[in-house]
Design a protein around this ligand. Structure first.
Ligand code: MN
Ligand code: MN
Length: 468
């Protein structure tokens, strides 16, 4: 055996006083297989839930299977009982009752299930030069140029005049057609190339090709439009007037796949923030008899500022907590004041190709675990929930007690831009809250990438959180 070199005093002191987040692949290679296995279920969830409504349906199915029942006011619930409540088909809350009374505080884990996409305009269908198109209005922060020449699928619901609702989905089954936004060929793009990148494709150029064959009747003025409307009518029984009673979302048709020769990454649309939604849901389901009552909320409208009555800036969430408090006849204020919440959302993973956008010492990295984000916001932390040292300490202790790999990270370098999460809306309720989630490469692009090890450790962090 080789003689171990004696460490210098400086080396010893360095080990004692400095800190670096380890690479999980180096420190715990045994986790690679566990993480990969865990992500098979995650990929299935991503493929089933490409809209907030579909995520709610998938979540209800998972919760029901695990023994959760719809929450009923006035019921007598016991520690360990599991309930859920759906808000308007677009957000959902799940709870496991704890041993402590509710006014001792709840453990809240919130993720969002809406993702950037292209919504159809209220009057979307038109024909131009014998091509039928859908007009779109983008939802959330997208880089518009990324959405051209990408195969798109159609998802949504239409409420017909007779009050019945029909769900639409085209482009997901094998053999389905897909849809696409065209872009210029390089040969003719000299003028377009002069545009700024932000205008590579403009908002009114995000027009989706949906058909090109005419209905055979010379007297019809827009025969291609008529043909596409007829095909939609044949399939779904809808007419043009039904688009006014619809929510139709165009999303990338691509399925979730492994990325890399080593299959270390998951590539898919909508991982912001379904990666936290899935891991939160799994942790919720696997939590049995917790000390404190859990509230896992999968919310909508985060990408446009948590607006509307399915977003976290609505009272819907507080009303659910009030209903819980009412069950035990305790003060909802105490329940909130003593509460602790993870605002579970993704952060930007350090991208070596675009290193200027990051500050290397305070960025999150692939394969270093879930990222704890003390504050988001823009400029001088404007719009941020700046988590307290005490809150950071509680969450870090919870993760370290369970051997979770985690890292700290900011959302990019100072003054590079910024962003927000649901954290500030939870903080508004008088709850201690901090952001935690998965680092993502190409966030908000039609195809985002995350590390399987990071996904797995985020799930482990959520499980650890429900133990404290
Ligand atoms: Mn997000
Ligand atoms: Mn986002």
């Amino acid at each position: 055996m080789a003689e171990e070199k004696e460490k210098s005093a400086g080396k010893i002191l360095e080990e004692q006083l400095f800190w670096k987040f380890p690479h999980i692949g180096k420190e715990a290679p045994g986790q690679v297989e566990e993480a990969s296995e865990f992500c098979e279920g995650y990929k299935t969830f991503l493929n089933k839930g490409k809209t907030e409504r579909e995520c709610v349906i998938a979540a209800v199915r998972m919760l029901e299977k695990a023994g959760y029942r719809p929450f009923e006011k006035g019921q007598n619930y016991h520690p360990g009982d599991k309930v859920y409540q759906v808000n308007r088909q677009k957000s959902i809350m799940a709870t496991t009752f704890g041993r402590q009374p509710l006014d001792k505080g709840v453990r809240i884990n919130g993720a969002h299930i809406d993702s950037p996409r292209l919504d159809l305009k209220p009057c979307p269908l038109y024909e131009k030069n014998e091509i039928a198109y859908f007009k779109t209005h983008y939802y959330g922060g997208i880089r518009k140029y990324q959405w051209g020449t990408v195969p798109l699928a159609l998802h949504g619901v239409v409420v017909r005049k007779d009050g019945t609702t029909v769900s639409l989905c085209i482009g997901e089954e094998s053999g389905d057609p897909v849809f696409c936004i065209s872009d210029l060929l390089p040969h003719l793009a000299a003028k377009q190339n002069e545009r700024k990148l932000a205008e590579g494709l403009k908002g009114e150029e995000l027009n989706i090709v949906i058909g090109s064959l005419p209905f055979q009747d010379e007297s019809v003025k827009e025969p291609v439009k008529l043909m596409t409307m007829k095909l939609l009518n044949d399939k779904y029984g809808i007419t043009e007037a039904d688009f006014f009673r619809a929510e139709i979302e165009m999303v990338p048709a691509q399925k979730a796949v492994d990325v890399g020769l080593d299959r270390s990454l998951v590539g898919a649309y909508g991982q912001d923030d379904r990666v936290c939604a899935y891991t939160a849901l799994m942790a919720e389901i696997e939590t049995m008899n917790p000390e404190y009552t859990t509230v896992t909320v999968l919310t909508d409208k985060e990408e446009i500022g948590s607006e509307g009555n399915t977003g976290m800036n609505s009272f819907y969430f507080k009303h659910y907590l009030e209903d819980l408090a009412e069950l035990q006849g305790v003060s909802v204020r105490d329940m909130l004041r003593n509460g602790l919440c993870l605002s579970s959302d993704v952060n930007a993973a350090y991208d070596p190709t675009f290193s200027d956008a990051f500050e290397a010492n305070n960025a999150s990295y692939l394969n270093k675990g879930c990222v704890l984000t003390k504050y988001t916001g823009a400029r001088g932390k404007s719009g941020a929930n700046d988590a307290s040292a005490e809150t950071m300490a509680r969450v870090i202790a919870a993760m370290e007690a369970e051997g979770v790999y985690w890292q700290a990270g900011e959302l990019g370098a100072v003054d590079q831009g910024g962003g927000g999460t649901i954290a500030k809306y939870v903080a508004q309720l008088d709850v201690d809250v901090v952001d935690l989630g998965v680092p993502v490469l190409s966030m908000h692009a039609p195809f985002e990438m995350v590390s399987k090890l990071d996904v797995y450790n985020t799930y482990k962090a959520f499980k650890a959180f429900y133990k404290i």
